[in-house]
Design a binder for this molecule. Structure first.
Ligand SMILES: *[C@@H]1O[C@H](CO)[C@@H](O)[C@H](O)[C@H]1NC(C)=O
Ligand SMILES: *[C@@H]1O[C@H](CO)[C@@H](O)[C@H](O)[C@H]1NC(C)=O
Ligand SMILES: *[C@@H]1O[C@H](CO)[C@@H](O)[C@H](O)[C@H]1NC(C)=O
Ligand SMILES: *[C@@H]1O[C@H](CO)[C@@H](O)[C@H](O)[C@H]1NC(C)=O
Length: 689
């Protein structure tokens, strides 16, 4: 319900925005908005029983099938056989060599010779980035390194202690000099819609990219960057720095999401800058996170180009994304076979760049395949967020990744008590970025991208015609183009929903310990469970972990089920409004009965399968979840009490969150994995970081 009102509030403001660079695109824009409304109302219809209805509706769109073994759980072990140092890993700068720089500092030397303060905030046009060097840090202290990050970049374990790495991640060294050249750091230029409103030029206000590197073993390409290393032309009113508090949060959650198998930007290191105090709500110590990702491009990159009518650059960046980020046009997903819903889950690939596919009126060229890839990746990641109760807290278009990564960790949170209306963002009064809104909001953002790419998508087979490329859309072709773009974006919206639901369903199935998916599962298991959790105010992630250890013998009579139900309560008992311990026992007991039936179907009724099922469930239901209250505790220990070992221990938990124990500090481990203290549940954060 909130979603719909929210949406209607958003729409009228938008048409007045200076976004439109010609009348063809104006049509496209308006049509896209209408289309968006249809999409929304199909995904979320206001309903009396939100959780139940929501899932029932979602489920009607996916068909049966797709059993999944409990085999491919997220990976945990960190084994690193890389031997390279930071100095000798391969480095490149395809981003800056293929895309246009800030015309005011067109080469590294121009930027290097300019005084640092000259590189401050201003409008930058016709460019994707500005060359800008990090500000040096005095007496940096390397607080933590992620071992998994070393491995994934292709760096030896011993690099954790290297002086060179310490210098680089503190902004004190980069791989360029006047004599020999090399790779000069840069900050990206992009725009975005914030809370549904067009916000103009944004850009990397405190992030500076250092270089790209391809891991020779895995062939995965990453772009390394520093967050908090000083002002850039995109800092607007800010100082380009980051506080220790938000840096600790980002460092931990990036690596944690990766550990539980959710695509995310990553973090290599956390550095304290003791001499650099930052003014926020009070004076706070500054810090730098060295982070990395397959790409730092955002949907907002395209928004800005569209708002400026820069169709050449839209084409250029889209081409860069296809060729350099996704590894070639041929790697993109093909058109889906008509009317086969299941095929939505696994499109073909390998379509030659110039091939046109699809039905008349919806012919798909390569840019459609690019759009499809970006949409599908984002659909998948949202499905994962929902299954693990993760909320980003700010999902503006500039906080949404081209590569489908979770990114920009500000006021994020993991769900404590299940509450679909919860938003971790203290300033989000409209609940735009609440748990339940995430799937619609990401689609909203993706429709903005569809509008930016609309001309290229709609052009079909004429996308490379000289007149179209150089001059734009001819008048008589416009209606065809618009119609086609609209049809395609609409179809890809269905795909978004199918991919999102299938991922959500896949993970929920695993989390509940089932080996197969059945039609009724959405209704009788997922929805029932969510309704029960919501009514009783049960902890979402604890529920699944605790369920992992339930044995068939514990739930084979009504009495035992009601007794077992208590394992899921908070230590003070049931807190839900109008609920009591008794009603809680009854509700959870009833659900456990439905669950038992399904478990017996999938695993047999012998209790001998208990052990294997427990193992499988524990491999997908983390014991450690970095919740707001314990991150606050860690921050307090590091910042105020000057503790250092805590980060090492917490990183062990972060790298291996599915373990029962870590043999590091029993007391802290128990505390962090235990019941959330009553008044620290569902805390909220402000955006300041
Ligand atoms: C950079 O581009 C070249 C040529 O297009 C390509 O071979 C190489 O893999 C790219 N490197 C990265 C890190 O993207
Ligand atoms: C998200 O984007 C907004 C601009 O829309 C930016 O100010 C903010 O810093 C971003 N959030 C994070 C956590 O980076
Ligand atoms: C509910 O159960 C908890 C223990 O699980 C207990 O501490 C609490 O007193 C009980 N509440 C009532 C009203 O009996
Ligand atoms: C709790 O009970 C009262 C009185 O029976 C009712 O008015 C209210 O709607 C109930 N609240 C919930 C959340 O069920």
């Amino acid at each position: 319900m909130i979603m719909m009102e929210d949406l209607f509030n958003i729409i009228p403001n938008q048409t007045s925005l200076p976004l439109l660079y010609n009348s063809f695109i104006l049509c496209l824009f308006l049509i896209a908005l209408r289309m968006l409304l249809r999409q929304f109302s199909r995904l979320y219809r206001p309903s009396p029983s939100p959780a139940r209805m929501r899932l029932a509706q979602m489920s009607s769109h996916i068909s049966n099938g797709h059993s999944n073994g409990l085999t491919s759980g997220p990976r945990t072990e960190v084994q690193n056989d890389a031997t390279s140092t930071l100095a000798d890993i391969p480095k490149s700068n395809n981003f800056t060599s293929k895309l246009p720089p800030d015309p005011q500092f067109p080469t590294p030397i121009d930027s290097h010779k300019a005084p640092r303060q000259k590189l401050g905030p201003r409008m930058v046009r016709g460019a994707l980035y500005t060359y800008v060097r990090p500000e040096p840090t005095e007496d940096p202290e390397l607080l933590a390194i992620s071992k998994a990050a070393l491995r994934d970049i292709g760096l030896a374990d011993s690099e954790a202690n290297s002086q060179e790495l310490k210098e680089v991640v503190a902004g004190n060294k980069f791989y360029w000099d006047e004599e020999n050249g090399g790779i000069y750091p840069w900050a990206q230029c992009y725009g975005g819609f914030q809370f549904g409103q067009w916000a103009g030029q944004l850009g990397d206000g405190r992030a500076i990219s250092l270089f790209e590197s391809i891991n020779p073993q895995t062939k995965v390409r990453y772009e390394l960057q520093l967050k908090g290393a000083g002002k850039t032309p995109y800092s607007r009113f800010a100082d380009g720095k980051a506080v220790l508090r938000s840096s600790i949060r980002e460092f931990i959650v990036s690596e944690y999401l990766n550990s539980i198998g959710i695509p995310t930007t990553r973090a290599l290191s956390l550095t304290l800058c003791p001499k650099s105090t930052v003014v926020r709500e009070q004076l706070e110590p500054g810090a730098i996170v060295c982070r990395f990702a397959q790409s730092w491009l955002r949907l907002g990159t395209f928004d800005l180009l569209r708002s400026r009518g820069d169709r050449d650059l839209i084409r250029k960046v889209a081409t860069y994304v296809a060729e350099d980020v996704f590894g070639g046009w041929e790697s993109l997903p093909a058109v889906l076979p008509a009317d086969t819903k299941d095929a939505h889950l696994d499109p073909g690939r390998g379509v030659p760049k110039d091939e046109l596919q699809g039905k008349e009126g919806a012919e798909e060229n390569r840019f459609t395949r690019l759009y499809r890839e970006i949409v599908r990746r984002n659909a998948k990641v949202v499905g994962m967020w929902q299954a693990y109760g993760f909320m980003n807290g700010v999902l503006n278009t500039d906080n949404t990744s081209i590569y489908g990564l979770s990114m920009d960790y500000g006021p994020f949170a993991f769900m404590d008590n299940f509450d679909p209306a919860y938003t971790p963002n203290h300033d989000d009064h409209m609940l735009r970025y609440s748990y339940r809104a995430q799937p619609s909001i990401i689609w909203w953002n993706l429709v903005r991208l569809g509008e930016s790419l609309g001309e290229l998508i709609g052009a079909g087979d004429r996308v490379d015609d000289q007149v179209f490329v150089e001059k734009g859309v001819e008048e008589d072709f416009a209606p065809v183009l618009i119609k086609r773009a609209e049809t395609i974006i609409d179809q890809i919206g269905d795909e978004y929903k199918a991919v999102f639901l299938s991922e959500y369903r896949r993970l929920m199935t695993l989390r509940l310990g089932l080996k197969s998916q059945k039609d009724g599962d959405f209704e009788t298991l997922f929805s029932e469970l969510l309704d029960t959790m919501e009514a009783l105010e049960l902890d979402f992630n604890h529920f699944f972990r605790r369920l992992s250890t339930v044995k068939l013998d514990d739930i084979n009579t009504q009495e035992k089920r009601e007794q077992t139900a208590e394992r899921f309560f908070h230590h003070e008992g049931v807190t839900g409004l109008n609920e009591t311990n008794d009603s809680g026992r009854e509700k959870v007991g009833k659900w456990l009965d439905s669950w038992r039936e399904r478990i017996e179907e999938d695993w047999g009724s012998e209790s001998s399968a208990d052990e294997e099922r427990e193992k499988a469930m524990k491999a997908v239901n983390p014991n450690f979840v970095p919740r707001g209250w314990l991150l606050d505790d860690i921050i307090n220990r590091v910042q105020t009490k000057k503790e250092r070992d805590i980060l090492k221990g917490v990183m062990e938990m972060t790298m291996n969150p599915f373990q029962d124990e870590w043999q590091w500090n029993e007391e802290i481990e128990k505390k962090y994995c235990g019941d959330v203290p009553r008044f620290q549940r569902a805390i909220q954060c402000s955006c300041s970081s």
